[in-house]
Design a protein around this ligand. Structure first.
Ligand code: SAH
Length: 398
């Protein structure tokens, strides 16, 4: 098979040399040969020095996704086996845990597999092929996953953000093995959760918050807790475990709150004092303030507010507003656990926004802890885009 060569424009080799895996169309000077979408291509700088090997997709702005910087590494079945094996090895400690059986096995770029997400939920795997590169090689990827993990079933949730930009349609459904049950039960730090892998957000559960839910436990003990953007009650089940006095769950989605209630029951917390409020967070926080409600702990874990650079300013206004509102609801000595999963909003910027909120709320606020995504969602140093979730534990001094 003859090699298909991509030559970059002068100066555009830098990010590839720095091992960033995305090559944009504007960086390409010429293509030698006629690669189809999904073809393996070799990338050279303008002086024709070898840079990397990747997979081509003319339909995307990211025209080449780099998979290796090694001249002698070919992208064959054995390559996918090695890459996936490496990712699985990186989760060995989690795999051996007896109190958690749901975690991310493959975190896209951070695992050298641009566009591939694989989450483990007990005996099942849920996969997302979010780039054409991994979609075209799905047969090899699925074979490797089966060899490595022998899952009971593999379910596809290729409906994430980004498929459209790659020229790919949404694709969901059972790929192989047994269909996962409607409410697949998983264990997280000894707590039980039902996961709807077919219709839940992302692949069904916010695994990226697993470590933070655990870290929240000491703050939640005996507290009156307001869990805003509650989804299926992740933080609330931990609050109940920590014997919180009262828990209020807020979400715009009634079905999600119903799932939250089921998760409480699943853990034997049915008798705890819990409210489920279907409402818009922005409105409800104001309403609570008007009625003088106070809490010991407020959790703010909103959905992504900024999907691109243009949306950052509006997103920061949104973050500032909810954080200010939340601070006003906290008793002196109370804690705000606040998050942003917008990759476009850096940890620095997020801290500035929260600072602004504290000034407007006229509260004195300390940072107690800085939080990030769970350890199974690694951040690749050469790909800052893999660093997206940030959080702060704030103490409202007075
Ligand atoms: N903390 C959760 C994940 C939160 S995901 C966990 O640990 O599992 C964000 C949630 O915010 C979703 O359930 C979504 O339905 C909800 N949501 C989105 N916009 C909202 C709004 N304006 N007000 C209230 N909830 C909202």
């Amino acid at each position: 098979m003859s090699e298909i060569k991509i030559f970059l424009k002068q100066g555009r080799e830098k990010s590839v040399r720095n091992r960033h895996p995305w090559i944009f169309s504007g960086a390409i000077a010429r293509v030698e040969g006629q690669p189809g979408d999904g073809a393996v291509v070799t990338v050279y700088d303008y002086k024709e020095n070898f840079l990397a090997r990747g997979i081509y997709n003319r339909q995307s702005q990211i025209q080449v996704r780099v998979f290796t910087w090694q001249w002698d590494e070919q992208i064959t079945l054995d390559f996918w086996r090695r890459r996936l094996g490496r990712a699985v090895m990186g989760r060995q400690a989690l795999a051996q845990s007896t109190d958690s059986n749901a975690y991310r096995l493959v975190h896209s770029e951070a695992d050298g597999l641009s566009g591939l997400i694989v989450d483990r939920y007990g005996d099942w795997l849920v996969v997302q092929f979010l780039s054409l590169a991994v979609d075209k090689h799905r047969v090899d990827i699925l074979q490797s996953l089966t060899e490595l993990l022998a899952p009971r079933g593999i379910y596809e949730r290729s409906d994430g953000e980004g498929r459209g930009k790659e020229g790919l349609p949404t694709q969901t459904g059972l790929i192989q093995g047994e269909m996962p049950p409607e409410n697949l039960e998983i264990l997280e730090h000894g707590l039980r959760f039902g996961v709807d892998v077919k219709a839940g957000h992302k692949t069904g559960f916010y695994l990226d918050q697993r470590d933070n839910r655990y870290k929240a436990l000491p703050y939640l003990a005996q507290a009156e807790v307001l869990n805003v953007f509650a989804y299926t009650g992740g933080f609330s089940v931990y609050a109940a475990q920590a014997q919180a006095k009262h828990i209020v769950n807020v979400d715009t989605s009634a079905p999600m709150l119903q799932a939250a209630q089921q998760n409480m029951q699943l853990n034997g917390f049915a008798d705890q004092s819990v409210e489920y409020v279907t409402a818009d967070a922005f409105d409800l926080l104001r309403l609570y303030q008007q009625s003088g409600r106070q809490f010991d702990v407020v959790i703010l874990d909103p959905p992504k507010f900024a999907y691109n650079k243009q949306q950052v300013e509006k997103a920061t206004r949104g973050y500032k507003d909810i954080n200010m509102q939340a601070m006003r609801l906290l008793k002196p000595g109370g804690y705000l656990l606040t998050f942003s999963c917008s990759g476009m909003v850096s940890a620095d910027l997020f801290q500035k926004v929260v600072f602004g909120a504290s000034v407007d709320a006229a509260r004195e606020v300390q940072i107690i802890e800085r939080l990030t995504q769970s350890s199974d969602h690694p951040i690749l140093l050469t790909c800052p885009e893999s660093d997206y979730l940030k959080g702060l534990v704030l103490r409202i001094v007075n």
